[in-house]
Write a protein that binds this ligand. Sequence first.
Ligand SMILES: Cc1ncc(C[n+]2csc(CCOP(=O)(O)OP(=O)(O)O)c2C)c(N)n1
Ligand SMILES: CC(=O)[C@@H](O)[C@H](O)COP(=O)(O)O
Ligand SMILES: [Mg+2]
Length: 685
Amino acid sequence: MTLLSTIKNGIDLKKIPREQLPALAREIRERIIAVVSKRGGHLASSLGVVELTLAIHYVFDIPGDSLVWDVGHQAYAHKLLTGRDAHFDTLRTYKGISGFTKRSESPCDAFTVGHSSTSISAGLGIAVGKKLKKNRSKVISVIGDGSMTAGLAYEGLNQAGDSDSDLIVILNDNDMSISPNVGALSSFLSRTLSANYLQNMKKDFGSFLKKLPGIGYDIYQFAKKSENSFKTFVTPGMLFEAFDFDYFGPINGHRLNHLIDIMENIKMLEEPVLLHVTTTKGKGYSPAEKNPVYFHGVGAFDVTTGNGNSSGKKNPVPTYTEIFGKTITKLAEKNEHIVAVTAAMPEGTGLIGFSKKFPDRFFDVGIAEQHAVTFAAGMASQGMKPVVAIYSTFMQRAYDQILHDVCIDSHHVVFALDRGGIVGEDGPTHHGLFDFAFLRNIPNMTIMAPKDEQELAAMLVAAIQHNGPIAVRYPRGKGVGAVSPDSPDYLLIDNPIKIGKAEIIHKRSTTTRKTNAEIVTQKVTAPRKTDTEIVSQEVTSLEKTSDNKLFSNAAETGKNILIIAAGRTVQEGIKAVEELEKMGISPTLVNARFIKPLDAELILELAKEIPLIITVEEHVLDGGFGSAVLELLADNDATGCRVKRIGVKNRFVEHGSQDILRSEYEVDARAIVRAAKQLTEQIAL
Ligand SMILES: Cc1ncc(C[n+]2csc(CCOP(=O)(O)OP(=O)(O)O)c2C)c(N)n1
Ligand SMILES: CC(=O)[C@@H](O)[C@H](O)COP(=O)(O)O
Ligand SMILES: [Mg+2]
């Protein structure tokens, strides 16, 4: 029997003598490594906070006291200590344990998170809510040093420090974001105040003070006398004390006894407190300690070697991300105005190669998406061609900056929206399912979505040639094998994408027209809509005169379907075409290419000929690509059409594998086939 198996909650944990906690920490690490090596997940961050998590649950009474994790990707130990050990093997699987904290999963998850830097604001809100309800329980927000590079964190600190809220903020400082942390704050936080550094600082500071007329000498005397306050004065505490927090630290975040003792003391205070702990990302698993970047978000791996299961195999099909990175780097070789901006995700966005080749034209701004966009607009105003590579979901943060700082003046900024559509295991906080909607309503914006990785390269060429705001949205994961990044010509775009132009991928087989005299008798059985009785209906359609043309066309077009797909769903369309033709249905498949501006001319022309239309997108239906097509048809009085939209019905998509989710949320080829059958059966009635 393991110690962990005896723990269902904090009460069970508190029964364990302190001296056994290191053993429990070992068990927790083993459990996390075992499950993540199979399921994948955020290993390094979770391993780094095992002792911190134990100390928090040992000292505080969770869920009575509220614990808010920032991002929530480091909360695996928290989940194991709060009754989820038995199900932990389902981590990040469909209908299994989420990879982030989630209120609906446990009362111990005080806040649903996934996007960074929300924990202080949420924690403050919880603290104020408790206070107003005379609830004196504690609130603890745990935030990483990377998450402290987002402005939102300071908005929370600013209000918290000014309120007498009973909020404890624990800064988990491992000097790492996903990659090594960036920005002035990072160097400030991680500055090691060596003795001689302090000595010199004191000397310089002292001589500076003495020169100040009048007051300077007194401060010097004061500073000289209180050595401690001098140290505190120049340590990171200075930053947080400026926000009126009581600052404690930095202390070693792996020394359990020390952590517990200091938390017991802090628990007695009733004002904003910041505890600064330093930890090692990946602690306790040497491959992760050595390479915390790789083990930040990792796929399945071999525990003994740390090698990913797919490592070593030459991956013939590149990811969209790899094609983006290679293409933009190649384009930048020929165009010195191209600059690249990432918000703390150089690896995830594929910009490492660019950063090595063009270090002066590469900018990692930290977890600061809003700043990234306005910073890019500033560069664009000077004639640079910024490419802002931010995951679709994180770009949601910068909506106003896109509208206000880029689009009003129509600055030429290229938005590379990676992880567009269903991303899979990261779940509802990470799917990129809203970007068509939040972008297409902005004047001057152009939105493209490639059918495959080769077209992504072509679209990037068009985006750089374009003049004005333009977004290319592409999915997480591998391409379809349309191109190998090693093939020299994958960038020689023989058919450059023309802005606003779609592409017919598959034309319906032209059936011989029925002669006018021909009588077509169809026996149709269709379930009545109102009651379950099956009604068989004999339909006699007669081609008599041109005024029956529509009807006879209807009979003929009853078998013709127009499928207009956006982005990777074109691949679903290609699969559906094959299926439909076996069923005697004649589909025409269009690759929309543009969400905005739509290829109005082509769509309207085809809609006249084929009034049964299916739009397809990996996006919520409200306000997405299908909505844009409906608006186009309505605005052009194409009222004779029947349209079915394939997309995510307006709800959040849970976590799970991409394939399972695409099927469960009906954005796959089978959904297209179902819609086509419905349309052709309806028309036959
Ligand atoms: C708004 C937002 N942008 C980007 C991310 C992607 N992201 C997830 S964790 C992370 C780094 C967080 O670093 P830190 O807070 O130091 O946590 P650690 O992993 O070091 O424990 C980033 C950039 C995110 N979750 N939310
Ligand atoms: C926790 C977080 O937000 C990131 O680590 C994110 O999970 C990365 O996603 P990808 O794995 O798609 O790069
Ligand atoms: Mg960190």
